[in-house]
Design a protein around this ligand. Structure first.
Ligand SMILES: Cc1cc2nc3c(=O)[nH]c(=O)nc-3n(C[C@H](O)[C@H](O)[C@H](O)COP(=O)(O)O)c2cc1C
Length: 135
């Protein structure tokens, strides 16, 4: 089962969660600014970011728009925010429009609780990477 974790993070909160998810899944998290395209096919792509004045960063949107449905089994979304899950909703809509499967399960970490959610994020990453790749 091939897993990748990609994120966009301005101040490091989403990055911390991405690293924890990646740790659970046994892979390395990478910023969408480091790796502008997904260069290999994966079964599961964890993708996350945060809202800034209610919208996701353009770098994250561009990354999602450039994804190729033939290279991604399913996307699993995560976000950090003060309160809003809007990034997840917007990404879900964008990806499904492109014909990319998006898992119903998502991970949300409140911005002031990041350090308390690290072990949950790890477990979330582990859970998906342990499933078989047939779904
Ligand atoms: C300029 C700015 C605008 C923000 N706007 C929102 C918002 O509209 N809704 C929300 O829930 N959180 C908002 N936040 C909180 C961030 O989404 C939250 O701190 C997030 O964890 C930041 O992620 P990052 O550290 O990965 O950049 C905002 C933060 C900043 C700095």
């Amino acid at each position: 089962m091939k897993v990748a974790v990609r994120y966009y993070s301005q101040s490091g909160k989403t990055e911390k969660i991405a690293r924890a998810i990646a740790g659970g899944a046994g892979v390395e998290a990478m910023s969408v600014t480091q790796t502008p395209v997904l260069d290999e096919a994966v079964d599961v792509l964890f993708l996350g970011g945060a809202p800034y004045a209610n919208i996701m960063a353009p770098q994250l949107r561009s990354y999602a728009e450039a994804l190729n449905k033939d290279h991604v089994g399913q996307v699993v979304l995560f976000t950090t925010a003060n309160w809003s899950r809007r990034t997840i909703l917007a990404l879900k809509k964008l990806l499904r429009k492109k014909g990319i499967a998006v898992a119903e399960e998502t991970f949300f970490a409140q911005a002031s609780q990041i350090d308390k959610r690290i072990s949950d994020a790890k477990a979330f990453g582990r859970q998906f990477s342990e499933r078989d790749g047939t779904q």
